[in-house]
Design a binder for this molecule. Sequence first.
Ligand SMILES: [Zn+2]
Length: 98
Amino acid sequence: MRTCQNCHNKWSWKQTFKRSFTLGGGMICPYCEEKQYVSARMRKRGSLIPLIIIPMIMSGNLFFGPSYIALFALIGIIPLYAAMYPFFAELSNKEELF
Ligand SMILES: [Zn+2]
């Protein structure tokens, strides 16, 4: 979970959310100020989700005809995805590449 691997303090949703947008270079722990990285496992999962959702919406378009619903669904998913992300984030002490 969102526990710092260095000081074992748990990050709140807000803390994780804010730090999720700092790309590259890791995230600074609010308690011990050590750098934490999103685990490779989490990053892989995170990049898979849009790959599943987008084709689902696209195939919905094929079955029900093109509609604005799909467009709204797509727009709606982005903030939802960003809001859910901190719940699944896993932290790691070092940058994992694989
Ligand atoms: Zn820490």
